[in-house]
Ligand binder design. Structure first.
Ligand SMILES: Nc1ncnc2c1ncn2[C@@H]1O[C@H](COP(=O)(O)OP(=O)(O)OP(=O)(O)O)[C@@H](O)[C@H]1O
Ligand SMILES: [Mg+2]
Length: 364
């Protein structure tokens, strides 16, 4: 379990004070895989370093398990080596002069309470087996592939049997294919060990595929926290929507409010859209977001009450598994992703529809 309460970090630099983390509050449940996602410089690493005790917060409180490891107000700060956590960084920080075995044994040999050699042997071999590096014990660490080095770093992190593991972009040094394979492997391993994970990345696919919950961070603040599905389907702001995947945006006005499961109507620069979520009133100015894959060509099966948007196809990009089409409607445009068999061509006039459930209304 991890709890971060109202964390602030200020750095003094030659350009003045940098307020890198501005009131971050996060609760990660026991055994949860939690991801911090955001653009470069938004404060992800700084937040992680505070958890590890490598950075001093200017304000806030941090709890790991049952222990308050930091409390600015009470002057509490537990040193790094006494915190019940393991870390895996982007640069694996593997010792090049040591073998695979000795790299994993290193944190055990550093422990205050000395372990006996058979115990070290048992734990190192157990950790190597978990990351599928059994048989590599005597190999010098630099003679491993990138993916194997990444797993070695993981073995070294889990060998201490800490209850919390912190990851800072651990896969960014791997090539695309290996990164995709390792994502799932890493998540499964962390889950199997029952560890609580805080995982930092700026890669949206990593965040969506690995996390139980995602927090999107911007300028030192959490912009939205939710499950991957929720973040994707119900982004609260334009920033969140465009950071995760592609999105069409428009300004609009509520013409008829949605109530008790009956869809409402919005007028936008594209035309009218039906929407489903409650809690808006007639006449309200709003912004909407619609994913390209949720814009469909109207056909015989389209229900007659669905508002249709009519436009002209002005651009088509063939992406293999789909066609990315630009539909122009007056002065505005709408991106759609269609099946390659849809048979549209540049210059066609088309009618498109969006299901009410796929229209996200953004917070003002
Ligand atoms: N020691 C420092 N002194 C001054 N400013 C710092 C220091 N460390 C970080 N910063 C600033 O704090 C902000 C947050 O940095 P941080 O490293 O946490 O970003 P990040 O989200 O991890 O970015 P990236 O994705 O590029 O790793 C940045 O503006 C950075 O320049
Ligand atoms: Mg970083």
């Amino acid at each position: 379990m991890i709890e971060i309460e109202n964390l602030h970090v200020r750095f003094n630099s030659d350009k003045g004070v940098v307020h890198a983390v501005r009131g971050v509050t996060i609760k990660v449940a026991q055994g949860e895989f939690y991801t911090l996602l955001g653009p470069s410089g938004c404060g992800k690493t700084t937040t992680l370093r505070c958890l590890a005790g490598l950075e001093g917060p200017s304000e806030g409180r941090i709890v790991i398990g049952d222990t308050v490891v930091h409390d600015s107000a009470k002057g509490i700060s537990v040193p790094t080596f006494k915190r019940d956590l393991a870390m895996v960084f982007q640069s694996y920080a593997i010792w090049p002069h040591l073998t695979v075995f000795e790299n994993v044994a290193f944190p055990l040999r550093e422990m205050k309470q000395k372990l006996r050699e058979p115990e070290i042997d048992r734990r190192v071999k157990g950790a190597l087996e978990l990351v599928q590096l059994s048989g590599y014990e005597s190999r010098p660490a630099p003679f491993l592939s990138g993916g194997q080095q990444q797993r070695l770093a993981l073995a070294r992190a889990i060998v201490r049997e800490a209850s919390v593991v912190l990851f800072d972009e651990p896969l960014s040094n791997l090539d695309a294919k290996l990164r995709a394979e390792t994502r799932l492997e890493l998540r499964n391993l962390v889950k199997r060990l029952g560890m609580t994970a805080l995982y930092v990345t700026h890669d949206q696919t990593e965040a969506l595929t690995m996390a139980d919950r995602v927090a999107i961070m911007r300028d030192g603040v959490i912009a939205q926290e939710a499950t991957p599905t929720e973040i994707y389907k119900r982004p609260v702001s334009r920033f969140v929507a465009s950071f995760i995947g592609q999105c069409n945006f428009a300004e609009g006005k509520i013409v008829q409010a949605a109530r008790h499961g009956v869809p409402g109507l919005i007028s936008t620069e594209w035309g009218n859209l039906a929407y489903a979520s409650d809690g808006r009133s007639e006449g309200e100015d709003i912004s909407v977001a619609v994913r390209p894959e949720n814009v469909f060509l109207a056909d015989d099966r389209t229900r007659p009450e669905m508002p249709r948007i009519s436009g002209k196809v002005t651009d088509i990009v063939f992406l293999g598994e789909s066609l990315e089409c630009k539909v122009t409607l007056g002065a505005s445009e709408l991106m759609t992703r269609l099946h390659p068999s849809s048979g549209v061509a540049v210059g066609d006039t088309v009618d498109v529809v969006v299901n009410p459930d796929d229209v996200a209304i953004l917070a003002a």
